[in-house]
Design a protein around this ligand. Structure first.
Ligand SMILES: *[C@@H]1O[C@H](CO)[C@@H](O)[C@H](O)[C@H]1NC(C)=O
Ligand SMILES: *[C@@H]1O[C@H](CO)[C@@H](O)[C@H](O)[C@H]1NC(C)=O
Ligand SMILES: *[C@@H]1O[C@H](CO)[C@@H](O)[C@H](O)[C@H]1NC(C)=O
Ligand SMILES: *[C@@H]1O[C@H](CO)[C@@H](O)[C@H](O)[C@H]1NC(C)=O
Ligand SMILES: *[C@@H]1O[C@H](CO)[C@@H](O)[C@H](O)[C@H]1NC(C)=O
Ligand SMILES: *[C@@H]1O[C@H](CO)[C@@H](O)[C@H](O)[C@H]1NC(C)=O
Ligand SMILES: *[C@@H]1O[C@H](CO)[C@@H](O)[C@H](O)[C@H]1NC(C)=O
Ligand SMILES: *[C@@H]1O[C@H](CO)[C@@H](O)[C@H](O)[C@H]1NC(C)=O
Length: 590
């Protein structure tokens, strides 16, 4: 116990003070998956699952049960009151996008945080485990513990917090515009020899036309995967070439996910804004409940929101490293804590929750899941190297500069056209369930009582399903339309691969002309192009000088049904609640 106390006494605060951690909220990158350039399905690989399980166990070391001995990747800063052995889902918020490799990552991560109870030898002899005849009932698989993972499909507006770039039309448009700028085209020329030169070593399955800088990320992902799994590519691909593939992919994705593009007024860091908004709201909710809710919150997605967040929070201005693609299983963390001088305060359940003025926040990052990869604290918002810890107020001020917490704002800033945006804007319900007062004002601050709002929300949801179903019927819902194994292999011009919003690979897009596209379905999704879709999908889709007919015409089908609850507003960011105001709003005490 004394060793623990020493560990807890951090270098930052006064030497006698102990850190009491109240909450931690993290965004975790998924693990290694089947690359987009493979056929799919794009599952999480066994290696990927192991990476995430490792990430989870490092969280366990830091926030639940610091190891007494052994290599310390991180100091233990246990979260006050967080269950150590038995999972208690009311203390947690675990959310994932619904791509298989992401939700599987979430599950693997949680296996590391709460390993099977039989493994730690901590079988609980409570009433629910004991049987009347005296024997002990164990959960299957040696006491496997069941996390409650919220899995968010693209029809659920809560998915924007985890992947705000997905379904964001302006984001995609800007990306396609950028690829056509002279500076980008110049780079494509500059790197052509490099990419084409790797055809014999790595990319022999592909037509030369897709080996270019516009596909930097997909090519890097493929190369890294093959380097890991294929003996011949492991032998033929030189490490420096692998490195260069990575660096070019980093450079490209930095351009796509930050506002450093050469085309004007783009907002490509949108995913960082929504992520920041959600992370902030979660910490504020923990404060509002005096530390009882959201003790540990982990969200799972892809790297794009991370890069955007690094950019927005000025991390990258001090540390170039943040401009590089984060490793699989890497974690971006915000920690809420206070200091106490009383002994054992960190894990003493009677330690009083401090006032807002005594709360601190710090940013941490763990870049991957290597054996020796530590969790490192970095200063954000351009603060000095010694100013890693911020007061809650400084933190709130910094986040308020860019965090986005209102779904309607996301819809308009993205120029997004989807069901929940339509519902928020009030257009969807106008032709059905005639009696709903939801039509005007989008239900926002319209004085509708919560109960009524709930009923309306349900009606809107049902309407949304009906419309979605009709749309799928009218505009062709096809399960399997793969024309060729090898995307972009058939035609001339430069092939540009485009991943779907949710990360699935969508097919090739050619720069010069739009006809005769080779198509390939994403993870479970079918892509339909060159078929005009209805106005609800792309209502007045603007064209910005350059036309992107293929983008505008595609719809993605085959996605999971959402259980979005459009009636619930106050907590999830729809509505006029200002989360940067007073965070203390004591609700749902446990
Ligand atoms: C921790 O390390 C010390 C010294 O190396 C050793 O004496 C002690 O037994 C170890 N404790 C555990 C629990 O492994
Ligand atoms: C007690 O009951 C359980 C479930 O009914 C059964 O599986 C177990 O064998 C019983 N144990 C004894 C000692 O009878
Ligand atoms: C994470 O690791 C990758 C690969 O080594 C590197 O490119 C990137 O810059 C690193 N990011 C940070 C923040 O250290
Ligand atoms: C826990 O905190 C309470 C209130 O601060 C204090 O009275 C008590 O002695 C503490 N318990 C331990 C074991 O330190
Ligand atoms: C979104 O795109 C449209 C059309 O290109 C443009 O008019 C609008 O200004 C963009 N919005 C933002 C916030 O960039
Ligand atoms: C519906 O959409 C149109 C644009 O298509 C917009 O002008 C209008 O404000 C939206 N909201 C309502 C309630 O009609
Ligand atoms: C509602 O229905 C009318 C006529 O049936 C149609 O003209 C109008 O476009 C519809 N509005 C929406 C928002 O679907
Ligand atoms: C590869 O693309 C070129 C045009 O860039 C085309 O002429 C050729 O037929 C394609 N090769 C294969 C094998 O598809």
């Amino acid at each position: 116990m004394t060793l623990l106390t020493v560990l807890l006494t951090l270098t930052t605060g006064a030497s006698a003070a102990t850190q009491v951690t109240w909450a931690s909220v993290a965004f975790v990158n998924h693990g290694e998956k089947i690359p987009y350039l493979e056929k799919g399905p794009y599952n999480l690989t066994p290696l990927g699952a192991t990476q995430l399980q490792n990430a989870g166990s490092v969280f366990r070391d830091r926030y639940l049960s610091p190891p007494v001995n052994g290599s310390q990747l991180t100091v233990g800063t246990p979260i006050n009151g967080l269950n150590v052995n038995d999972i208690e889902n009311t203390q947690l918020y675990i959310a994932s996008l619904n791509d298989e490799y992401i939700s599987a990552s979430a599950t693997a991560f949680m296996q590391g945080v709460y390993p099977p109870r039989g493994e730690s030898g901590t079988l609980t002899m409570d009433e629910e485990s004991l049987l009347g005849n005296g024997s002990l009932a164990q959960y299957p698989l040696n006491g496997y513990q069941y996390p409650n993972i919220e899995t968010l499909g693209s029809l659920d507006y809560n998915s924007i917090w985890l992947g705000g770039n997905q379904g964001c039309n302006n984001y995609t448009r800007n990306m396609l515009n950028e690829i056509r700028t002279p500076s980008y085209v110049y780079k494509m020329t500059q790197y052509r020899d490099f990419y084409e030169g790797l055809q014999d070593q790595v990319f022999w399955e592909f037509n030369k036309s897709i080996l270019n800088y516009a596909n930097a990320y997909e090519l890097w992902e493929y190369g890294a995967y093959k380097y890991q799994h294929s003996k011949s590519i492991y032998n033929s691909l030189l490490p420096e070439n692998l490195n260069k593939l990575r660096n070019l992919a980093s450079e490209q994705q930095w351009l796509f996910n930050t506002n450093t593009q050469s085309i004007g007024n783009s907002d490509n860091a949108i995913a960082g804004k929504t992520l920041a908004g959600k992370m902030f709201s979660i910490l504020a909710h923990n404060i509002g409940t005096q530390g009882s809710a959201n003790k540990l919150s982990v969200m799972f997605g892809s790297f794009e929101p991370m890069l955007s967040f690094f950019y927005l929070s000025s991390l990258s201005s001090r540390h170039d490293d943040f401009m590089g693609l984060p490793e699989p299983g890497s974690a971006l963390i915000l920690e809420l804590f206070s200091y106490s001088t009383s002994e054992n305060a960190a894990q003493n359940l009677s330690t009083p929750f401090p006032s807002v003025d005594d709360l601190w926040v710090r940013f941490l990052f763990r870049n991957g899941t290597g054996e020796t990869e530590p969790i490192i604290a970095y200063p954000i918002f351009g603060r000095g190297n010694s100013e890693v810890d911020m007061s809650w107020k400084e933190f709130a001020d910094g986040m308020a500069d860019f965090a986005l917490t209102d779904v309607a704002e996301w819809c308009s800033s993205c120029d997004a056209v989807n069901l929940f945006c339509e519902a928020i804007e009030g257009n969807i319900s106008s032709n059905n369930t005639a009696s709903t007062p939801y039509v005007t004002g989008g239900g926002r601050s319209s004085g509708v009582s919560p109960t009524v709002a709930g009923v309306i929300g349900a009606a809107v949801t049902i309407a949304a399903f009906i419309i979605a179903a009709l749309a799928l019927i009218f505009f062709g819902f096809r399960i399997d339309r793969r024309e060729k194994q090898n995307p972009a292999a058939k035609n001339g011009d430069l092939g540009v691969l485009k991943r779907s919003g949710s990360g699935g690979f969508k097919g090739a897009e050619k720069l010069a002309s739009d006809t005769d596209l080779a198509l390939k379905g994403g993870a479970g999704a079918t892509i339909i192009r060159h078929e005009r879709v209805g106005s609800w999908e792309l209502n007045n889709s603007p064209t910005s000088g350059i036309t992107h007919s293929s983008l505008d015409k595609e719809i993605e089908s085959g996605r999971a049904v959402s259980n979005a609850d459009y009636g619930r507003r106050s907590e999830d960011g729809i509505g006029n609640v200002n989360p940067f105001g007073d965070p203390v709003k004591p609700v749902d005490h446990i």
